[in-house]
Design a binder for this molecule. Structure first.
Ligand SMILES: [Ca+2]
Ligand SMILES: [Ca+2]
Ligand SMILES: [Ca+2]
Length: 858
């Protein structure tokens, strides 16, 4: 745990908990531990000693968004991943979209205790080799060249290793004996160079807006020397690096990009071959170090009647204790032991051992904490209404912040002005965008490349921590909101929304249910797409990379003035501008998106019928048009979503049937649902969809469905054997919280329709996990929900190391082979910490579903 977090937590803690953390601090003030053990190449293919792991490309640059700071040579230092990106790199401070090497081969040689690999930059026809082998108390890293550096890369190619700033804030370094402080905020010296000297970025894009001056920024080093000691005062993070035949330079990557790291770098020599560079790298290892156990439980607390099982995560060298206890905090501020019970061994999962502590028998409402050994958890509640408000921040705060084309205000704070009034231009054909969008050889519209598409500057939500409109996630939000409205009458009103004035004000009721206003806001943009373009589009997003990484008020990502080619760049006549910064609509048509849109707009029609009749009618007209233009047509959907066409059509058929009662739709639904269930009971077209259709189907349908629900139960019972949490944990590329929430929603439906097969606990399990009973830490993954929750996340305000209340993060990322992570001191890992609209809408639905289940249990 980071010192800053410890200090912040101590500030809020009672004396009882301070003692737990004080141990950690005293340790750092105590005698200086010396490395006792040598690194060994273990069976998992990385170098290991107690307290130190060195991964050598166990994780490669194959992430979704270029350099995700998740690959290369990495150090797990006393349980914290502090270092990444060890590789031959072409910049002092590589940014996310700078070139990364591909691994052409990788060899783990147990006999020589060596990991070696070949790296290649295709764009420069440049190959290098790296070998890593233990030496002394560290490792020796050698860079080998078979051919001299390409001339173009002389003085540019180097060996880099990056250190996460948050682990070194408030700490110092020594370089050849000269002391320095790691800067809390970047303010290094930089210089400008002509563009001709710049190493190209990914696919010729550029992150830098040079305003036409043909130049770029080169950060200068903080310090230079032969031996660098990082944080010698902190045995947990102390690292020694020696360059045996070159200079070491320490850089601050944040001069160019807020998500940059501290970088240690040596330049490779020109015109040389063979072993051209050697580093000795020694991360300090505290003798007999053990990671502090993590007591994992729901930060929101528990309903008295539900199962209550905490999970305790233990270092593999830790000896499990036999018992854990539950204490109640009395009105006098005293701690009363309510229960001591077995801490039962569950077994090993990833790199840790797990215990389970069951305190289901305690049912008195009150304030509690768990004690394991000399450690106490923070407090949490047992009470009948613990779930009643858990979704309020998501609907009251998080969704309003995401609202596009509106000014959003909260008390004294303006979250953002009215952005993207200059929407949108037709994206050009044959274009691959850096955020995954793509245009094929035709536009699939009546518009020419770069032509203005009218009517799009209305409604919609920022998709995530970036600001694009992504239609597929929009339509899933619409459907989740309609479901929440119809099934639970979510009529909370805490937001003032004026579409005419484009103004949103939080914590200010306006007499209209917020969820209907949000359905209206989402539908406005999707309907505008269908009406002005002819069909929904994949997305609407800024064209330039130097715009896309925008941090700050969305109103400034474009100039809000429509592009006028007769003006020069950065010139404006007050009504239009010569800067080509308007967002582009990526318009290629797919059957899956058409069908998903048809289903959601058909559903929106029902919710909006009384609230906004004209819009409701436009929704239904658009839905029918999408159905008619796709139904019974040969499917040529080659998009990544193409595999979901059948599921999308089934969903559209059901929603159109519920809205119109026309039996042609129910007939089609029944045709599709059984083959879909035969394929998978748990997926998108699985029992969750079938159960939602139950009220509209006959008795035979339910009887037939029962077998599939039994099959589903077998699947989900398997999760309890795979991990100690009993939920499906997926963790590659993007954390799996969305899957856990969908799982819990499916279980809610299954429990409602087949309570004799699926008990209510299957739904609670998903929420417990999201609220803190999960690996790595015990924070609630929903910001501002629960006693301790995510306070640093990848929202639009991430550069301020802040959070947006009610946002749900993706959760845990798996670093191969065995390290799960969700950082709480560094907001820039999107796969761990980026709030996204569909998961947040699913969370609102699930929260209401659980409250619905508990209605009868009060
Ligand atoms: Ca996006
Ligand atoms: Ca309202
Ligand atoms: Ca513009």
């Amino acid at each position: 745990m980071e010192t800053r977090v410890i200090i912040r937590k101590i500030r809020n803690m009672s004396a009882r908990t301070i003692s737990v953390f004080a141990g950690t601090i005293l340790l750092s003030l105590g005698t200086f531990p010396v490395s006792a053990q040598k690194l060994q190449l273990n069976d998992q293919g990385y170098f290991e000693t107690r307290g130190v792991n060195i991964f050598v490309f166990s994780n490669q640059y194959i992430g979704m968004f270029n350099d995700e700071k998740n690959a290369g040579i990495e150090i797990i230092h006393h349980g914290v991943r502090t270092s990444t990106g060890g590789a031959v790199r072409l910049q002092n401070t590589p940014e996310q979209w700078d070139l990364v090497p591909s691994v052409v081969n990788r060899k783990i040689d147990k006999a020589t205790n060596t990991i070696s690999l070949g790296l290649r930059y295709n764009d420069y026809d440049f190959d290098s080799k790296i070998s890593v082998t233990p030496k002394g108390n560290g490792v020796l890293i050698t860079v080998i060249l078979d051919k001299p550096l390409p001339e173009k890369l002389e003085g540019l190619a180097g060996f880099n290793l990056e250190f996460i700033p948050s682990s070194y804030f408030r700490k110092t370094y020594l370089i050849d004996g000269k002391p320095g402080i790691f800067p809390l905020y970047p303010s290094s010296s930089t210089s400008m160079e002509p563009l001709g000297n710049k190493v190209m970025q990914y696919a010729g894009h550029t992150t830098f807006d040079d305003r036409g001056r043909k130049e770029f920024i080169v950060p200068g080093p903080l310090a230079t020397g032969k031996t660098l000691l990082l944080a010698p005062e902190d045995p947990e993070q102390f690292v020694k690096i020696q360059a045996l035949d070159a200079d070491l330079m320490l850089y601050d990557g944040r001069d160019l990009a807020q998500n940059g790291w501290f970088i240690v770098r040596s330049i490779l020599p020109s015109k040389k071959t063979g072993p051209v560079l050697q580093w000795y790298l020694e991360p300090n290892a505290i003798p007999d170090w053990k990671r502090v156990p993590v007591i994992q439980f729901s930060q929101v607390g528990y309903h008295p009647g539900q199962e209550k099982v905490a999970v305790i995560e233990l270092d593999k060298n830790d000896t499990p204790l036999q018992k854990a206890s539950l204490f109640q905090v009395t009105p006098e501020g005293k701690f009363v032991e309510k229960l001591t019970a077995d801490a039962k061994q569950w077994g090993k999962y990833t790199r840790y051992n797990y215990l389970k502590f069951d305190f289901t028998s305690v049912q008195d409402p009150g304030i509690y904490f768990i004690r394991y050994g000399n450690q106490s958890s923070n407090t949490f509640l047992i009470g009948k209404d613990v779930y009643s408000k858990i979704w309020h921040p998501t609907l009251d705060v998080w969704f309003p912040v995401q609202m596009d084309h509106m000014m959003v205000n909260e008390a004294y704070r303006t979250w953002h002005g009215v952005p993207y009034l200059d929407d949108a231009l037709q994206a050009p054909v044959n274009h691959q965008h850096f955020d995954g969008y793509k245009m094929g050889p035709t536009t699939d519209t009546k518009y020419k490349d770069y032509e203005r598409i009218p009517g799009l500057n209305v409604g919609g939500w920022f998709d995530a921590g970036d600001f694009d409109i992504q239609t597929l996630s929009h339509v899933s939000v619409l459907l989740n909101f309609v479901d929440a409205w119809e099934k639970f009458k979510v009529n909370r009103d805490e937001t003032f929304i004026d579409q005419e004035a484009r103004y949103v004000d939080m914590h200010r009721p306006d007499g209209k249910p917020d969820i209907l206003q949000q359905i209206e806001h989402g539908a406005l943009n999707v309907v505008a797409q269908v009406e002005n373009i002819g069909h929904p589009v994949r997305g609407i997003i800024v064209p330039n990379l130097h715009q896309y990484h925008h941090l700050g008020d969305a109103v400034n990502e474009t100039d809000n003035l429509p592009y006028n080619p007769s003006l020069k760049p950065y010139e404006s006549d007050g009504k239009s501008s010569g800067t080509m910064d308007d967002r582009w609509a990526f318009t290629n048509r797919t059957a899956s998106l058409d069908f998903f849109t048809a289903g959601s707009l058909a559903a929106a029609n029902r919710a909006l019928k009384e609230f906004n009749k004209p819009l409701a009618e436009r929704c239904l007209a658009a839905a029918l048009k999408m159905w008619d233009e796709n139904f019974n047509k040969p499917q040529t959907d080659n998009s990544p979503e193409g595999q979901f066409v059948a599921g999308a059509e089934m969903n559209a058929a059901l929603q159109l049937y519920i809205t119109t009662k026309d039996e042609k739709y129910s007939k089609r639904f029944i045709e599709l649902i059984w083959p879909s269930l035969d394929k998978s009971v748990a997926g998108r077209g699985g029992i969750s969809l079938a159960i939602q259709a139950l009220p509209y189907m006959d008795y035979d349908f339910k009887a037939k469905l029962k077998d599939y629900v039994v099959k589903y139960k077998e699947t989900i019972d398997g999760y309890g054997k795979a991990n100690p949490y009993g939920v499906p944990i997926t963790s590659r590329g993007w954390g799996g919280n969305s899957g856990v929430i969908s799982f819990a929603i499916t279980n809610y439906y299954a429990n409602k329709a087949f309570p004799e097969i699926i008990g209510p606990e299957y739904a609670y399990k998903g929420l417990n996990y999201i609220f803190g009973c999960h690996p790595y830490s015990n924070l609630s993954f929903v910001s501002a929900v629960g006693t301790h929750s995510k306070e640093i996340a990848y929202g639009i305000n991430r550069a301020d190391f802040a959070f947006i209340a009610g946002g749900v993060v993706p959760g845990l990322l798996l670093f191969q082979p065995d390290f799960l992570e969700n950082k709480e001191d560094w907001p820039f890992f999107w796969g761990e910490n980026e709030y996204v609209i569909n998961i947040c809408s699913e969370y609102i639905f699930l929260s209401n579903a659980v409250n619905d289940m508990l209605k009868n249990n009060k």
